[in-house]
Write a protein that binds this ligand. Structure first.
Ligand code: GRF
Length: 207
């Protein structure tokens, strides 16, 4: 049974997709032990509570400096002892010591086809604004392992989504969520929980 902790910051639609997939049997062999949010008002925490998943609020704002937060956040994660940490719209940088301790056991969903439109400053709606500004015809989402870089870890899976005439950042974000994020993340978790993903020579491979 894969113990999972999900980290969130906002609406929690990706968290909802994971919980629904578990309930419908599209994710097996997992146990969601907690949801951690840096935002006490995150709707994601309400979604977790509705499924009786313990919610924990931890924000850098609650600590004298980032180092103190990183130490406390990493200590909390050690206590929870997950097999997999899932970043589902989590907007706080993962502490380097957590990346090291949970090497290849942290996954993130990013709303673009990495390496396009990712890295510092590319999150949430901003990603889709830049996609429309550049005029690309195809975007999508990527689920990847988290390493010490920003959106640079081994790519587990990607899914393309067409940009449509008249798209706004909001309509495009919604389509990328519906057609890509909410499909990719549950599938990746199920694959990891059932031993179908490995990392070899820095690449995520099916096994
Ligand atoms: C969305 O922009 C999603 O693309 C990204 O995080 C944001 C919030 O997602 N992964 P959620 O509704 O909180 O899952």
């Amino acid at each position: 049974m894969l113990r999972i902790v999900v980290c969130v910051s906002g609406g929690g639609t990706n968290l909802q997709a994971i919980m629904d997939a578990e309930r419908q049997g599209r994710i097996t062999n997992t146990e969601m032990i907690a949801v951690i949010s840096n935002n006490a008002k995150a709707k994601a925490l309400e979604r977790a509570a509705a499924r009786n998943i313990p919610g924990i609020v931890m924000s850098p704002k609650g600590y004298p400096d980032r180092e103190a937060f990183n130490a406390a956040f990493t200590e909390k994660m050690r206590e929870l002892a997950p097999d997999l940490i899932v970043l589902a719209g989590f907007l706080v940088r993962i502490p380097p010591q957590m990346v090291a301790e949970f090497s290849n056991r942290i996954v993130n969903i990013h709303p673009s086809l990495i390496p396009s439109f990712c890295g510092v400053g590319y999150y949430g709606l901003k990603v889709h604004e830049k996609v429309l500004e550049r005029g690309v015809k195809v975007t999508g989402a990527t689920v990847h392992f988290v390493n010490e870089g920003m959106d640079e870890g081994p790519i587990i899976a990607q899914k393309a989504v067409y940009v449509e005439e008249g798209d706004t950042p909001e309509t495009l974000q919604r389509r990328v969520m519906e057609q890509a994020e909410w499909v990719l993340l549950p599938k990746a978790i199920d694959d990891i929980a059932n031993g179908r993903i490995a990392v070899r020579d820095g690449r995520a491979v099916s096994c």
